[in-house]
Design a protein around this ligand. Structure first.
Ligand code: SAM
Ligand code: SF4
Length: 491
């Protein structure tokens, strides 16, 4: 069993997300001071770090990839599972030495952990100078400057309006081809296991015109793919009168030009047929047929949906407060298959060992996976988070060993299904967007097909950012392999 658990720790989403962090690349635009940012957790955090870099750039900072060179170090943190927070605390100790040799260095903790722990973080982690929540990044220059004068500071104000719509993100770690665009912030769902509504505040949608302008700007700079980001993109809703959530007591039909997610998707798809559009995350309770038909209408909207189920059992889903049941979820999957066909990629998030989950209920997750046949999943064992509804209402009663064993079963099932789904692609012709060279060899290139699967092809007469029509020749559970048919086909 101990070997098995070690393996799980390596391959589960828990470990992957907790240990995965991105750092800033070197940027030299002649600014006098250096900023180093490490971003943990979800894509939203990586996207937020690009806003932070932009705010700091306006205030005299270029980014560096070497924290020893930095005047300011920021850790943009994640609180979603306990392990994510422990990783950040451990990482802070690595900065001790750097701070000893350069005492004037400012160290900031940003993001969800900052929001959750507030002043407590300053008390517990002596090395930290500033603590800033996700809605207070405009205050960073002031807080850093106060810290440089010896005054540590905290700003964890959560806003109902802030969307950073006017801030042009500095693209960090960019391949110059694919970029994230944040379309909304916060979350109004109260999934009982989840800390996000507490750390990222109320849901608010960003002005669609600023989103389209950002997509146009990226396309004009050579980017070929944008991913629209939100915790629940299907509840995107914006109108000038509504000003996000303040509806001024108007009925829907009285509000002019209410833009929903399907409308926004169409607006971004129309930027150019050569700009691919992706989005994440879709909530099963909110994803509409209108969104699916919009996806079908535009070839450049990628046929891939991340539709986290969390559990395949209706009682557990109810305890999780997901507000849909197994039947509803399967109905949504049927709608995807009917409208977009079998080629559409579907992925999920799964939590094993949620409070009171029985063996039979765990089996329901496995049977649901068999029915849906996910292409990919992020899989976690339940980690109780202080302050959440589940922490208040239910006992975290499934022993860790059992949570991990169930997780191992879910991971094994997903590997089987990924291989099954990938094998179906063999012999098919697919357009991929070349994103870079393969990890294993500079002579091979990697691209992504519409369904979000990585395809490895040999080098040829193309460059990064080109579309290539390939024939899939082989696969593993994680990767497709192909041969080139045409470079830059009409897309
Ligand atoms: N908004 C997205 C949704 O509703 O599916 C997910 C956002 S959350 C950042 C990513 C995933 O982390 C969730 O889908 C869930 O599977 C997992 N997660 C959240 N809280 C968790 C917890 N307390 N323990 C284990 N996994 C958790
Ligand atoms: Fe968390 Fe649920 Fe909101 Fe996703 S939808 S961020 S899981 S509360």
């Amino acid at each position: 069993m101990s070997n098995l658990i070690k393996d799980i720790d390596i391959i589960s989403g828990e470990e992957a997300q907790a240990c995965d962090f991105k750092t800033t690349a070197d940027e030299n635009t002649g600014k006098s001071r250096k900023l180093y940012i490490e971003s943990y957790g979800c894509q939203m955090n990586f996207s937020d770090s690009e806003i932070v870099a932009s705010i700091m750039k306006e205030n005299g900072f270029d980014t560096t990839s070497d924290f020893n060179q930095a005047d300011v170090i920021f850790l943009n943190t994640c609180s979603i599972r306990e392990k994510a927070e422990l990783t950040v605390r451990k990482r802070l100790t690595d900065f001790n030495k750097a701070k000893r040799t350069k005492p004037e260095m400012t160290i900031g903790v940003l993001g969800c952990m900052a929001e959750r722990l507030k002043e407590k973080l300053l008390e517990e982690e002596k090395i930290v100078d500033v603590v800033v929540g996700p809605d207070a990044y405009r205050d960073l220059p002031n807080l850093v400057s106060a810290a440089e004068d010896g005054n540590k500071g905290v700003n964890t104000f959560l806003s109902r309006e802030e969307t950073y719509a006017d801030i042009a993100p500095v693209r960090l770690n960019s391949n110059g081809i694919t970029a994230f665009i944040s379309i909304m912030r916060g979350c109004d769902n109260m999934c009982s296991f989840c800390v996000v509504p507490f750390t990222r505040g109320r849901e608010r949608s960003r002005d669609p015109h600023s989103i389209v302008a950002e997509a146009q700007n990226l396309f004009s700079k050579g980017y070929k793919e944008v991913t629209l980001l939100g915790q629940n993109v299907d509840s995107y809703k914006w109108s000038p009168e509504e000003n996000n959530k303040a509806r001024l007591n108007k009925k829907e039909e009285e509000v002019s030009t209410v833009i929903n997610f399907a409308n926004l998707l169409e607006m971004v798809a129309q930027v150019s047929p050569k700009l691919r559009v992706r989005f994440s995350t879709s909530h099963p309770k909110d994803i509409t047929d209108e969104v699916l038909y919009t996806m079908k209408k535009y070839d450049n909207i990628c046929k891939y949906i991340h539709l986290p189920v969390q559990s395949g059992n209706s009682r557990v889903l109810s305890l999780m407060n997901r507000t849909y049941d197994r039947e509803w979820y399967l109905d949504r999957v049927n709608a995807i298959r009917e409208i977009l066909g079998d080629e559409c990629g579907i992925s999920s998030d799964m939590i094993t060992g949620f409070c009171t989950e029985t063996e039979e209920e765990h089996q329901d997750t496995l049977t649901l996976m068999d029915i849906v046949k996910y292409d990919f999943s992020y899989m976690f064992f339940y980690s109780e988070r202080p302050g959440t509804l589940a922490a208040k209402k239910y006992e975290d009663d499934i022993p860790l060993q059992i949570k991990k064993r169930r997780l191992a079963e879910v991971i094994a099932k997903q590997s089987e299904l990924s291989l099954f789904r990938n094998k179906l692609d063999i012999g098919k012709e697919q357009v991929i967007l070349i994103e870079g060279t393969s990890k294993k060899s500079d002579l091979e290139y990697k691209g992504r097909n519409s369904a979000n699967k990585v395809v490895i092809i040999p080098g040829g007469d193309f460059k990064i950012g080109d579309y290539v029509l390939v024939k899939i020749t082989d696969c593993t559970a994680a990767t497709l392999f192909g041969e080139i048919i045409t470079v830059n086909p009409i897309v």
